[in-house]
Ligand binder design. Structure first.
Ligand code: PNS
Length: 173
């Protein structure tokens, strides 16, 4: 019997309800789904450490028996081959995501033609949610309630406002 393993790769800094929605959809159609955190993203320095993001994802995916969290470095296609994955799951929220995602999917196909990229759409309620905007809003004092899981909201507030309070206290010294 076929056992299809898929990877859902990303930086997840932090995980949003859109990510969680995709994990749920992926876990429904694949036999096994590995949420794979990229070790050293080329973009900006992540706000949450790798260990913090791994812990959040583990807490959030506990209800799904066929989902596990892993960390990878190097090429995604090499990691996929190492774990025996047949598919890469990626979310497309809007047309603006499409160009970048298409380029990555075609490049990954060139690198390893056996690996398929599967695109899924998160619920439309989350189509405008991104980790980058969520961080920016909390940093500027806005509310992201309902857009990220509650445990992420708590940890994000703590990280951003905790750092702000320590800076304010240091200034008073
Ligand atoms: O959440 P992100 O930042 O959009 O995820 C991007 C990710 C991790 C999927 C992408 O950067 C990636 O696969 N990096 C691994 C290195 C690699 O294989 N690069 C070539 C991609 S075509």
């Amino acid at each position: 019997m076929k056992h299809i393993v898929a990877i859902y790769p990303g930086t997840f800094d932090p995980p949003t309800n859109g990510h969680l929605d995709l994990i749920q959809r992926g876990s429904n159609i694949f036999d096994e789904l590995i949420v794979a955190l990229l070790r050293n993203p080329e973009k900006e320095e992540p706000l949450f450490s790798l260990a913090e993001r791994r812990r959040m994802l583990e807490d959030l995916t506990r209800p799904y028996d066929n989902v596990r969290i892993d960390i990878f470095g190097g090429l995604l296609v090499d990691y996929a081959s190492k774990v025996g994955a047949r598919a890469v799951l990626r979310g497309i929220r809007a047309i603006s995501d499409y160009e970048y995602e298409l380029q990555m999917a075609l490049m990954n196909r060139k690198l390893d033609p056996r690996l398929e990229t599967v695109f899924m759409m998160p619920a439309e309620t989350y189509s405008y949610v991104s980790s980058r905007l969520v961080k920016e809003i909390v940093q500027l004092g806005g509310s992201v309630h309902g857009l990220i899981p509650e445990l992420v909201e708590e940890r994000l507030e703590k990280k951003i406002n905790g750092a702000r309070r320590s800076r304010a206290a240091a200034r008073k010294l």
